[in-house]
Design a protein around this ligand. Structure first.
Ligand SMILES: Nc1ncnc2c1ncn2[C@@H]1O[C@H](COP(=O)(O)OP(=O)(O)OP(=O)(O)O)[C@@H](O)[C@H]1O
Ligand SMILES: [Mg+2]
Length: 397
């Protein structure tokens, strides 16, 4: 059984799957509201543990099996990435799989402050002697092997606290995976990753960006706001409760005011015992529009900062729960000046149709990622991203 655990800011989601004759099948899905995270990071261990317990219990009940090990995702603005470079001498005159491990290990040897640790080391290209641009160097002849590696680091305490919550819920962590990397597994095609694409996970508490080019991850970034801020804007702007604002956003929200006919009216519940009011649906859009615009501008700055924007031949893909907000695609198209689509997760046999919501991209991606962990090192994905983390834990970091 392969189990993905997405500990998000608004929900904890647990997806159990199994591999039968090379094909993944979903077995069960559990989902519980999450209240112990802020901006993608655990701030309350006890409530996070409770959400995890509930999501896992639901999944266990649905599939009738005990869940012991999980692949868990991490996100937030504490995630940083940098380029690194490793070089080793080839003793046997030909590159072996061990040499590849060694050169990546060499690239991982970067100076890291005590409060950070390496989450992933993703090979970008190998260079044998002076021949660059090699994707798979095993078997090549030469005397020197170099690797250009993209290193993703995370705040140590954010990782510690997440792992602690999962372990307190009685589970073992098989791997900690960068959330947008997992979502990318679920929503992007190989072709998009080759041609260049920006994946944007517009969740509840964070919006994470991952840029792929030539088949591998090239850049990551995060903005510490997501759909929750839209809900709180509505709470203030419409003078209503959080839960009413959330429902209104999901049923009637739109972030482009001109797309909404002025004569459409919605009922807004009042605060306390004030009566409900009738408001034009356009008022809702007028509140959402500037905030979404601001957020997309920040993401656009991030895309530009990466230096890769002109090379995004496949444009942008927006996933995460907030991706479904009407008007978002049109606005993103304009602001990014890139063709943009909504990223629905890939279908897994066994999962009912109504589950194919962009909210589930991360958890489906975690399962896909988990399957890869047991295979030969797939391109761009390290075999055991957690190995180093456990080593660091072992050293009492
Ligand atoms: N149809 C919809 N229209 C607009 N927003 C929506 C819709 N459905 C869900 N959302 C929003 O999506 C957000 C939740 O998305 P998601 O489940 O991806 O977040 P999360 O994984 O819990 O959080 P994060 O990844 O930021 O830690 C909520 O803010 C919710 O209001
Ligand atoms: Mg999420």
């Amino acid at each position: 059984m392969i189990v993905g655990l997405d500990v998000g800011t608004t929900k904890v989601c647990c997806l159990a799957a199994e591999e039968v004759e090379g094909e993944l099948r979903a077995l069960a899905l559990g989902m519980a509201p999450s209240t112990g995270l802020r901006r993608g990071v655990v701030v309350n261990i006890e409530s996070t543990v409770n959400s995890i317990l509930e999501a896992v219990r639901q999944a266990e009940e649905a599939c009738g099996e005990e869940i012991t090990n999980v692949v868990v995702g991490i996100a937030g603005t504490h995630i940083k990435s940098q380029q690194s470079h490793g070089v080793i001498a080839l003793k046997g005159g030909e590159v072996t799989p061990e040499d590849v491990d060694k050169v990546i290990e060499a690239a991982r040897a970067i100076n890291l402050p005590n409060d950070r640790l390496i989450l992933h080391a993703i090979p970008q290209e190998y260079i044998v002697d002076d021949q660059g641009g090699i994707e798979q160097p095993v078997g090549m002849s030469g005397v020197r092997l170099e690797a250009r590696v993209h290193i993703i680091t995370a705040g140590a305490s954010a990782v510690h606290n997440l792992v602690k919550c999962v372990e307190k819920a009685g589970l073992e962590v098989d791997a900690v995976v960068l959330q947008p990397l997992a979502s990318a597994e679920a929503v992007l095609t190989e072709e998009e990753k080759q041609l260049g694409v920006a994946l944007i996970d517009f969740g509840g508490g964070t919006t994470d960006v991952a840029i792929f080019l030539e088949g591998t991850l090239r850049h990551t970034g995060a903005v510490g706001v997501g759909g929750q801020i839209l809900t709180s804007d509505l709470t203030v702007g419409l003078r209503t409760t959080m839960s009413a604002a959330e429902k209104l956003k999901i049923h009637y929200g739109c972030c482009l005011a001109p797309m909404v006919p002025r004569e459409e009216y919605i009922e807004v519940p009042g605060l306390g015992n004030r009566p409900a009011r009738k408001l034009s649906r356009q008022v809702l859009a007028e509140i959402l529009e500037p905030r979404v615009e601001e957020l997309l501008e920040i993401i656009n700055t991030e895309l530009e900062r990466s230096g890769l924007k002109p090379r995004l031949g496949s444009g942008a893909v927006i996933t995460g729960g907030s991706a479904l907000l009407p008007g978002l695609l049109e606005m993103a198209d304009q602001i990014f000046e890139l063709p943009t689509r909504i990223g629905f997760p890939r279908k897994l046999p066994g999962l009912p149709e109504e589950m194919y919501h962009p909210r589930l991209s991360t958890v489906i991606g975690l399962v896909l990622f988990g399957r890869n962990l047991g295979m030969e090192r797939p391109k761009g994905i390290p075999k055991n991203p957690l190995k180093k983390i456990f080593e660091l834990f072992g050293r009492g970091l």
